[in-house]
Structure formats: structure tokens, C-alpha cells
Design a protein around this ligand. Sequence first.
Ligand code: GLU
Length: 465
Amino acid sequence: MSVVTRFPPSPTGFMHIGNARTALFNYLYARAKGGKFLMRIEDTDRKRHSEEAVQAILDGLEWLGLEYDGEVTSQFARQDRHRQVAEEMLAKGQAYYCYCPPEELDEMRAAAKESGAKTFYDRRWREKSPEDAPEGVEPVVRIKAPLDGVTTIQDHVQGEVSVPNDQLDDFIILRSDGTPTYMLSVVVDDHDMGVTHIMRGDDHLNNTFRQKVIFDAMGWDVPEFAHLPMILGQDGSKFSKRHGAQGIHDLRDMGYLPDAVFNYLLRLGWSHGDDEIISRAQAVEWFDLDHIGKAAGKFDFAKLENLNAHYISESDIGYLLEHAAPFYKSRHDIVLDDVAVKRITEGQEELKSRAKTLLQFVDESVFYARSVPLTFDEKAQKLIDEGKDVLKLLLEGFENMDDLSEDLVKGLCKAVADEHMEGKLGKVAMPLRAAITGTTVSPSIFEACAILGKDECCIRLKAAI
Ligand code: GLU
């Protein structure tokens, strides 16, 4: 049997981090087994529906690099099919019309509340004939859930879980306006899409028992399930905005690379021995259902940051700049040109080794993309004001060189320090850094000068002086 998994988010406007992890696990399991990973949008809530919200989810998947197979299925577009299945169940006597008016339902609800019963509907229309229907009541369609015994699910994460059938009511599958309910739609879609494995949040576990009733009623194969524990914040409460991020776009905006988020979300709920750094290829090779954690994972930004630093240092410069480009624009209003890309590429080793996030990478490399007039931050301006004499000596030294190399620049700074600053190299290098980069934080200024070249350094020094 070929594995088919699916990711069926409701389009809430963005890709929740928990949903992204669910998508990742379904993607990986399909890829690990050479199966298919299908995409469905549960878009039946038309009041809140928007195409942008759907696009935001697809963008999130693309950013994480989770490619799905085939076209996106719209649940809403399949309503006729859902209705047809309900009718089939009616015809086979596995579902029935219920004509209870709202007042009767209210009474049953109140009685159930008082007795503490788990379900309220007393199945009064289960055996009645539609001929007894009262005037003016549009019926709903209810499923005939089993009356005794237990419904059991073998879950890959939760183990064997059972519910006594008397706790599963004859739930509604078609509303009185003829629209199918969520419970019915999900099952029909999963069946028609040939889904074999369902991984989703454990908040859906209760639905699963009811969904199994529908699968059984139709005589359809029941997929295998893995209900994933929630993601928590460090304080043990459900992970949310107040813990620092909510959607995958928040992580992107904080300067995390997709590769790092992919690796982090994988480890947050799945393990492969003690391995922390797991590449995409290894993940596809290793992913299985047996090593999904039973305990809820706590989101740990420090761990994500460590992984991000690793992926920044390991990544190809093209990949880094592709993901950094929006930040050069948003933070510095800069679009990298060929010269800037060439300089950053030359200086990449140190830039990468310093950066924990793309924001840091961008801020510390943007001076390569600038030219005069530079803006100086307050500390840099102070260093320049106090170091004018040193800068003049350096300018003179640079002008006398054929070209700059890291060693030559360092040698010049040392000589100036020895002669004028009691050998204190920092007193020379710091004003130089301020003049060349506009800041006091940058990679090695000797290497930076060599990369910028003699002409550019002289222009910057003159402007600063
Ligand atoms: N639309 C549901 C959600 O976003 C998915 C339910 C499922 O995986 O069956 O939580």
C-alpha cells in the first residue's frame, strides 16, 4: 500500500507554527515512504474565507520547502459529493432525518446538563418514520452511531485509545440547510483522496472516534492515526504570540532560515537518537512514526538560534542572500547590486561565523553595499571626531599603497599605533572601523578594507575626515 498523507488547514490568515510542524511530519512521512503528500484547504467557513488567507498558508509551505503533490483540494468545492455520501447513508439506513425543533433540543440539552451525561440527543428520531415529521421543520441528517461496545483507535503516538460508544451521540452529518458538517466532509475527503495516514494535533483526537463511525458506516478503510502533542511555551502553557511568535512568518521575520526552522520543528516532537542537526535529506531518510514524542515539546528560542547559527555558517551564500534580501530592503532600503554581492561573498566566512540570525548578518554586512555619504551612528561619529588625526595618517598610508591586503592594512595600523598611540592598536582600528563601516560593530576591519579596496577606502576616509 502506497502511503498518502495530507495537510488540511483551515485558512486562518497565516501558517501557525503548530500547523507547520504537522505539515512537516506529514510531508516527511510521505517522502520517507515514497508516497504522496496532499494539500487540502478546509474552506467551508465562507463568512471568514479569503483567498489571501489561503495564499498565506501556501506561502508558508513554500518557504519551509514542503512541496505537495498534485493540486490543492478545496473542501468547499466538494460539498455536493459530501451530500451524496450522506444520502447514500440515508438510503442504506445508516443515517436518518431528525425533525427535532429547537425547543426540544434545548430541553434535551438542559436535561443532559443536569444529569451530567456526555451526550444530549436521545435519538428520538432514530427509529421514527419521516411520515411523522412535524410541519415546518427542516430536518437535519444524523448518523446511526453504534449503541453499545467501544470504539478503539490504535494511535501511533497515543497508543490504544477507546471510547464507550454510548458516549458517541448520533451526531449531525447534514445540517437543515443541506450543508455537510465538518465531521462528514473530512472523512469523505480523506477517503476520496486515498489518505492512508493522518498526523494531526491531539486536539482532534475526540473527532477521530466520530470520524471512525463514518468510515465504518461506509465500509471504508480507516486510515492510521498519529495525534501529535501540542507545542508549549517555556512556561508550559500553549505556545502563542505572547511567547514571541505565532506564525511561521514571525520566525521568518526574526531572521531564521527555513532550513533551521525545518530542523527545529522536526526535533520538536521527533527524535533520532541524540542527533540535533538533521539535514533535509537525513530527515527524509530517517523519519518514522515510532519516534514521535509522547510529551508536548516546549518551544525553545535558544535552541532554534543555535541551529540557525549552524545553518547560516553552513549555507551557500546564494541561499543566504536570497533569504536576506528582504531585510537589506526593509532595514536599510538597499537592493544588493553585483559589487555588493561580490564583496559580501568575499567576506562571507567571518560574516557567517558571527551571525545568529539573518538580521545580524544583514546589519553587519550592509556597509559593503553602501558608499559615501555613509551615515554614522552616534558611537562611530564620536570615534571619528576624536580620531581625525589617526584617520589622516591612515589615508596617507592607504594612498601610498598600490593595493590593500589584510596584512598591509594591519601592518599600517600597527605602525600608526606604535608611533602615535603607545602601541594601542584599538585606538587606530576603532576610528578606522567607524569611518569605513559607519558603526562600531563589524567583522575584522583589516579584511573589510582589503575587500573594499584602496579607492573605496580612501573615498570613505576622506568623507569621514
Ligand atoms: N482543518 C483542521 C485544522 O486546521 C485539520 C483537521 C485534520 O487534520 O483533520 O485543525
